[in-house]
Every structure is written in C-alpha cells, then in structure tokens.
Design a protein around this ligand. Structure first.
Ligand code: AMP
Length: 309
C-alpha cells in the first residue's frame, strides 16, 4: 500500500441556500481516498459502514485503486449519517444532526499489508481511533497527516494532543486552529500548534484559500474563484487527499514541494464544490486536473518591479 486512510464513510444530508441533497454519499475517508487516487493506485481505507452502504460506490472506490479490506461492513446496522446546512456565504455551516451508528463500534484492525504503508492520512475521527491506527504500523511511516475538528477538542482534548504529538502535518481549518491554540492571530496560533509536535501546519480557510506554516516559513495559496459553488461538503477532505496523494507520489517532503501539494489540494477541492457530494470527483480526469492547476498558476502569477528610492 502506498497510502492508508482512516476516516468516516458516510451518508450526508446537505442543505444549501440553492438546493438540497437528501441522501448522498460522503465521509472524510471517501473524499480523501478519491482525491488521492488521482496520484496513487494502491491505497487502503480503514473505516466501517452498515449493510445499507451501496456496493456500487464501494466498487467505484475499488476501480480507483482503493482497497477495502480495511472497511468493515456491519450486518444489520446503519452507516454514519451527518446532516448540515450551509449559510448564504457557503463558507460556514451548521451541523443539524450526527448519527454515529456503526462508528460507535469502530475498532480498527489493520490488514497485514496496510501495516507497512509509508503514508498515513488520519481523517477527522475520534483521536483514540486515530492513535490505534498509528499503534498498528510496523514502522514509523514516512509521513503522517492528520485532520480533526472542534467536536474532539471539546470532548477529547487530552487524547487529541497525544495524537498531534505523533504526526508530521496537521491540516485543520482556521476556526479549529484558533480553538486549539487559544490564539486569534493565525500566525500566533501556528507557532503554538507547531510547538505541540507537528513539523508543518496547514490552515484551510475555505473560499479564502490555505496557509502552510513551518517554524520559520509561511506560504499562502488562494482558492479558485468559482462561478457556482454547489456544495462545499468534503472540500477540506478532498484538499487533504490531493495534498497527501501528491506527496506520496513525489516522495519529496521539502517545503517547496509542500507548496506544490497545497496548490494541487486546492485544485482538487475546487472540483469537489461544483456538484453535490462526491459526484464531481467521480467525473474528472487528468486533463481536467492539469487545466485546473494551470488556472491556479495564472491566478497568482504577477511581475513587479520595485521603484528605487
Ligand atoms: P468537510 O466538508 O471536508 O469538513 O467534511 C465533510 C464530511 O465529514 C461529510 O461527508 C461528513 O460525513 C463527515 N463528517 C461530518 N461530521 C463528522 C464527524 N463528527 N466526524 C467525522 N466525520 C464527519
């Protein structure tokens, strides 16, 4: 396996000011794996679903190189369900309902050939489950990227801090960075979070792009201005999947390559927003992605000549 991902595989109900999807497939691990599959062909997915989860979607994942031996299917139980409503700016949302269902019983047991994976993506989940995945790795992976959310900061801060200590890159949104650090300034927040263990911090800011921090450097990538944002659900996970997939493909963890990975993640996330759920991610091909990355290059390209005083 080149990469293993742990996270939710879910059904979502999504309300935006412009439309509703009553029951669409989502989940952090679903988005991450689909995005990473652009760069990789041997990935493992660690999660749990009920027997209500469509076989057709599992096959679409397998077709893209995502092995599902690590996905437990629990008979007679329902998959994780999340419902959310977006505000008019489509950048903020309220969670209307979270039904953990099968997630309550998730006790990840890694298949043998997952245990040597060099790249590990810890999607947003109970930090105890994230730690259990790391505990089962035979060697320290080359790179561990982690996501989390306010829910775990409120309910499991001690466990969360223990996992954060063990990862190379933490990728969270701006509100989460502020909550985790207790700092309003994102620069100060980054300083505090990097002191918790990770070598790099990515702060995702939705339609306002993403920041990459190391101890002494910072890089910013904008989000592509889209004519229509249909559904931003999964954009953060798609970003993370593209980011780690690109790094796993290039096996270069230098700051300059992380900058490229941020652009690639942003490009993939922009597709994710164009349709509900995972629909758009299933449509795009290499040509679409290359064109979108080129759009990013043009978006930030400028020359300047400083006037001498
Ligand atoms: P994102 O928009 O990238 O933050 O991720 C959206 C996905 O996260 C949805 O498809 C949900 O199924 C999933 N999700 C929502 N709440 C949680 C939670 N508490 N834990 C794990 N995954 C969640």
């Amino acid at each position: 396996m080149q990469l293993i991902t742990v996270g939710t595989v879910a059904f979502d109900r999504i309300e935006t000011p412009f439309g509703i999807a009553e029951k669409t497939v989502g989940g952090a691990a679903t988005y991450i794996s689909l995005a990473a599959s652009v760069f990789l062909d041997k990935m493992g997915l660690v999660s749990v679903v009920g027997d209500d989860f469509p076989e057709g979607v599992m096959q679409q994942l397998r077709d893209r190189g995502v092995d599902l031996e690590g996905l437990e299917v629990m008979a007679g139980k329902e998959s994780f369900f999340w419902a959310g409503r977006y505000h008019y700016d489509m950048n903020t949302r309220d969670t209307l309902e979270t039904r953990l269902n099968v997630l309550l019983d998730l006790d990840p047991q890694l298949p043998e050939d997952y245990k040597q994976a060099p790249y590990v993506m810890l999607g947003n989940l109970d930090p105890k489950v994230q730690a259990k995945v790391l505990d089962q790795m035979e060697e320290r992976p080359a790179l561990v990227v982690m996501d989390t959310m306010n829910f775990w900061m409120d309910s499991a801060m001690e466990d969360l801090l223990k996992v954060i200590q063990r990862v190379d890159i933490l990728a969270i949104n701006d509100a989460e960075a502020r909550q985790l650090s207790g700092e309003h300034s994102l620069v100060r927040a980054a300083g505090k979070i990097l002191a918790m263990g990770p070598k790099y911090l990515v702060i995702k800011k939705g339609e306002h792009g993403a920041l990459l921090f190391s101890k002494d450097r910072v890089f910013f990538a904008p989000a592509l201005p889209l004519e229509d944002v249909v559904d931003p659900t999964g954009a953060g996970d798609t970003f993370a999947g593209g980011f780690i997939g690109f790094l796993a493909r290039s096996q270069d963890h230098s700051f300059d390559n992380l900058k490229r990975a941020i652009i690639v993640g942003s490009a993939l996330a922009s597709f994710c927003c164009e349709k509900f759920g995972i629909e758009r991610l299933l449509e795009i091909d290499k040509v679409d992605i290359d064109q979108r990355i080129q759009d990013f290059v043009e978006l930030v390209d400028f020359d300047i000549e400083l006037v001498e005083s």
